[in-house]
Design a protein around this ligand. Structure first.
Ligand SMILES: NC(=O)c1ccc[n+]([C@@H]2O[C@H](COP(=O)([O-])OP(=O)(O)OC[C@H]3O[C@@H](n4cnc5c(N)ncnc54)[C@H](OP(=O)(O)O)[C@@H]3O)[C@@H](O)[C@H]2O)c1
Length: 265
């Protein structure tokens, strides 16, 4: 596994695994939790150490259970969770702390990376939530903090008013919505961009498969490789052990400049 470095010096794997339907009946996002850890244990044995969960996925306790079931030491993992800035999560500081303490209770004594999942439309509200995340960071409960789905304006406000600069912005990035401008802004400001939905939707699979033939790689591997080559962490999700392995096997080739132009369309 290769790593990027966050602006506080912590190393983060370039490839992680999304989990938003893990530990749920029929792998349905809205279905009840069944505490199944098979996909996670498969991912661990495939070499994944960056694991992406969130309060809204309702499966933080499934991640906590898998961490207890594996014999891989906790310190080798980088667990991400997130709190949304929607009103029910941030009514007052007690409410926020209740949710954050709940995440800690499920995942363990610390969480490696904690993000604001969705911004409020009001910058002041994002800042109010951010201040609580900062205090958990300073107390050592969170090893790194960041945001998700923040646009340039929302990020700029936070950078200007925060004591601690966000370390990550997790955003959608795939061929249907590359988010080029926002990614460039993050990179220029030393905030690591992380792509959610990196494999879905993908309207140009045929072009990508054709490029992949040159490297004996799949369309998915070409896409994921493109993102890490431009400095973006990827967190593809698969319930299938073979596809999990495929998605993490992207460190043995390099895309030629003409292929990058084709990928960017
Ligand atoms: N911050 C946010 O607002 C936000 C929003 C959405 C998602 N996320 C996070 O990002 C993670 C990833 O996003 P996502 O789950 O929406 O989409 P994704 O990872 O881009 O795509 C997942 C889909 O692609 C399939 N797939 C995976 N590897 C494949 C491969 N090698 N070849 C063909 N198909 C493949 C999976 O099916 P199989 O399982 O059958 O392989 C699954 O249906 C989420 O799990 C979540 O943790 C964050």
């Amino acid at each position: 596994m290769e790593h990027f470095t966050l602006n506080n010096g912590i190393k983060i794997p370039k490839v992680g695994i999304g989990t938003n339907t893990f530990g749920k009946i029929d792998h349905n996002f809205s279905a009840p939790i069944n505490m199944e850890t098979k996909e996670l244990l498969d991912a661990f044995s495939n070499g994944y150490r960056l694991i992406d969960t969130a309060i809204m996925y309702r499966n933080e306790m499934v991640i906590g259970k898998a961490l207890k079931e594996t014999n891989i030491p906790r310190e080798l993992f980088m667990i991400t969770s997130k709190i949304s800035a929607r009103v029910e999560y941030i009514r007052d500081d007690n409410t926020i702390e209740g949710w954050l303490n709940n995440s800690l209770m499920h995942i363990g004594s610390y969480i490696d990376l904690y993000l604001i999942h969705h911004p409020s439309e009001q910058n002041e509200e994002n800042l109010r939530l951010w201040k609580v995340l900062e205090s958990y960071y300073l107390k050592g409960h969170f090893k790194a903090i960041g945001v998700s789905n923040f646009n340039i304006q929302q990020l700029s406000y936070l950078i200007k008013h925060a004591t601690i600069k966000p370390m990550v912005n997790q955003i959608e990035s795939n061929p249907a919505n590359w988010n080029h401008e926002l990614i460039k802004f993050c990179l220029n400001n030393d905030i690591l961009p992380e792509a959610w939905g990196p494999l879905d939707p993908v309207p140009n699979k045929e072009v990508l498969s054709k490029i992949g033939m040159k490297y004996q790689k799949s369309w998915a591997q070409v896409l994921l490789r493109y993102q890490i080559e431009r400095g973006v962490v990827v967190i593809p999700k698969s319930h299938n052990k073979d596809r999990q392995l495929e998605n993490i096997s992207i460190f043995d080739f390099k895309l030629a400049p003409e292929d990058i132009l084709l990928i960017e369309g």
